[in-house]
Design a protein around this ligand. Sequence first.
Ligand code: SF4
Ligand code: SF4
Ligand code: FES
Length: 226
Amino acid sequence: MNEQLVPIYVMGKKYDVPEGLTIMKAMEWIGYKYIRGCGCRGGFCGACSTVYRMPGDYKLQVGLACQTTITSSMYLTQIPSYPNPKAAYDLNKIENPAKAILEVFPEIAKCVGCGACVKACPQKLRPIDYVAAALRGDWEQTAEMSFDCIMCGLCASRCTGELVPYNIALFVRRYFSKVVRPKPEHLINRNRDIRNGQYDLAVKALAEKSAEELKKLYDQRQFEKI
Ligand code: SF4
Ligand code: SF4
Ligand code: FES
């Protein structure tokens, strides 16, 4: 049976590709080889941000290349990276988090509430709201609202105030988990066991195995019951 081909435009060039493929698979089908801009292939790593437009529609649309299925005549470009210098801070030295957030991310005050970030988020998050919660010091809400962020960068690419919302959320989640949230008992116990050397022999035995043996063990692993 012949494959049904549909046209798509990748960075301005037309290709006919089998319908039903994801953008990522379509790009590989036409010959692109992913060295960057592709990670998990499962919608979790945020490496494959893509922008596209459909003919006759002025709206800029977004999606993850590994999750979005191609549509006939879509006009697309992947933006695997967006400028985002690493924010530097030491959580151990923060005494006043409300002050620290303004010092590390002074641009947070430039959020104009336009909502462009909401339209851009493939995870259906609302950076506008988690940024506002961070600004008013509601760490728990920021952490909760941004929990599913995959740091794809699409909100930053559209932000009118030139914020990098996901970096702000990451700062808050780190601070909240380290300082505010009660420490889970099972984690404290596991850390103690590791420090006491309870797993040293097991780790040594793993380090001595071949790649093949490790793959076999990985396939046979038992999932921890939660
Ligand atoms: S909040 Fe921003 S970085 Fe996070 S998933 Fe949504 S668009 Fe991507
Ligand atoms: S796009 Fe930027 S300025 Fe607009 S609401 Fe979102 S964070 Fe605020
Ligand atoms: S490759 Fe990880 S989200 Fe698409």
